[in-house]
Design a protein around this ligand. Structure first.
Ligand code: HEM
Length: 449
């Protein structure tokens, strides 16, 4: 708990510059792989040996154990199949409209609170509010906005989720790295109040729709309800399992989308503040697109064309991958190389940070250069050297949703404000946060254009 797990991953490669390295997680031997080639084997080529994650997925906590991120096979494959259609381009296009409304509110909040009042912005908190509003809209169809200083039921949950205290950090470390202890202590992925709150919001929205006879195709509530009806559950299971399976997905969409995107946006603005030339290129790209299309706000198709904007986000996730490692458990004995056999039950971690900082793939890796990605598309993992969203069958299901919610926010912010530095260039990471987060949230100065 003295340093973040992200820093641990970063230092591991410097201390042990090898293709793979063994680590004891307390008494349990684990393997870290640190090259693109080995990552490809574990995540894709021989994925049938590594189908599940290592982390705790116990039954003391239905929302924590039944969500797509934690759930194990065979339930996982059925869930993934059912949930994937929720993230098609067509649906994402509809959700982009909502994201753009939230991004407008983000721009207005910046004006109100940080330009007019001249207050210091906490980037991580600001972007967590934004992503929380977006998830409230797109998952639950709730139109109250914390960015608008309204009392948002979602923010009541997410504001706790994004505050990493020592104890919450410790609890999550056990869940991720010492599942046996997490099971013994019956730890929970989501706190009791958060779980209750998510259930309440979900059922309130459902009841309201039933009573008014309305449905909203833009958000995910309807799709989750359909999912419940379509599930083929084991014969002896009860409807409580179906309810929990559905609620668990709502819960993980909240956690998955709020933390990772707010971290990326925070680091991206920090880098732009220190890169005025790159910032100008980005501004020009957005401004040209607005002039070309004659629109006030760029829509899904317009945003997809902005290569430099994508490059800024992708390079930020290259240098600061929010999730520093990808965990799997070996489910049948596997020969990794001529020298290494991984025994069944061994946790295997792909060290994403070490691959993203490998000079063979990214020369001068400490430099932030969006041009590195100018010739790549969103789906390009640059031969397994770039994996902020993971890889293989368990890659991030919200990848395109996450990219889009960052695109709308960044495009609108950069068009209204110049970003200038307000904190030292080196940002420390929060030692208690399981994913990467800037200590103290990070900050910049917004100057209206
Ligand atoms: C910048 C944004 C995001 C980043 C960097 C990110 C990163 C990741 C990573 C690294 C994984 C693990 C992949 C693997 O093990 O191979 C993952 C899985 C997952 N993410 Fe994301 N994520 C982001 C946004 C989102 C969003 C917006 C959602 C929900 C709407 C989401 C939901 C999930 C879920 C449910 C999984 C588990 C997938 C499975 O096991 O089948 N993520 N994400």
């Amino acid at each position: 708990m003295r340093k973040s797990f992200w820093d641990f991953c970063y230092e591991l490669k410097n201390k042990h510059p090898r293709d793979y390295v063994g680590v004891f997680m307390a008494w349990k031997p684990a393997l870290f792989v640190q090259t693109a080639e080995l990552a490809r084997k574990v995540l894709v080529k021989d994925n049938d040996h590594f189908q599940d994650r290592y982390l705790y997925s116990g039954h003391s906590d239905p929302l924590g154990s039944l969500n797509l991120f934690t759930v194990k096979n065979p339930i996982w494959s059925e869930m993934r199949q059912e949930l994937s259609p929720m993230f098609t381009s067509l649906r994402l296009k509809k959700i982009t409209e909502l994201m753009n409304i939230n991004s407008q509110q983000l721009v207005q909040k910046v004006q109100r609170d940080y330009v007019e009042k001249n207050e210091c912005v906490n980037l991580k908190e600001l972007f967590s509010m934004y992503t929380s509003d977006t998830v409230a809209y797109s998952v639950f169809g709730i139109r109250v906005s914390v960015l608008n200083d309204q009392l948002s039921p979602l923010w009541a949950i997410t504001s706790h989720m994004v505050k990493w205290t020592f104890w919450r950090g410790l609890e999550f470390s056990m869940i991720f790295f010492m599942p046996a202890i997490a099971a013994l202590l019956r730890l929970k992925f989501f706190s009791e109040p958060a779980s209750e709150y998510i259930k309440k919001i979900f059922w309130d929205v459902t009841e309201e729709r039933k009573s008014k006879g309305t449905s909203n195709d833009k958000d995910l509530v309807n799709h989750l309800l359909k999912l419940k009806d379509n599930l083929k559950l084991p014969a002896n299971s009860d409807s409580e399992l179906a309810d929990n399976l559905m609620l668990a997905q709502a819960a993980v969409f909240i956690l998955g989308s709020v933390e990772t995107s707010s971290t990326t946006l925070s680091y991206c603005l920090h880098e732009l503040a220190y890169h005025p030339e790159e910032q100008e290129i980005l501004y020009r790209e957005v401004d040209d697109a607005l002039k070309r299309t004659g629109k006030n706000i760029l829509e899904y198709d317009d945003l997809m064309e902005l290569k430099y904007l994508s490059g800024c986000l992708r390079e930020t996730m290259r240098k600061f991958p929010p999730v520093p490692y990808l965990d799997r458990i070996c489910n049948k004995t596997y020969r990794l190389t001529d020298d290494v056999v991984i025994e069944k039950g061994t946790p295997v971690f792909v060290n994403v940070v070490s691959i993203h900082y490998d000079e063979r793939y990214f020369p001068e890796p400490n430099e932030w250069r969006p041009e590195r990605f100018s010739a790549t598309s969103d789906s390009d993992n640059v031969q397994f050297t770039f994996m902020p969203f993971g890889e293989g069958p368990r890659f991030c299901i919200g990848k395109r949703y996450g990219m889009m919610q960052m695109r709308t926010a960044l495009a609108q912010l950069i068009h209204k404000y110049k970003i200038e530095p307000s904190v030292p260039r080196e940002v420390q990471s929060d030692p208690y946060s399981v994913i990467l987060a800037p200590a103290d949230g990070g900050s910049v100065k917004f100057v209206p254009r």
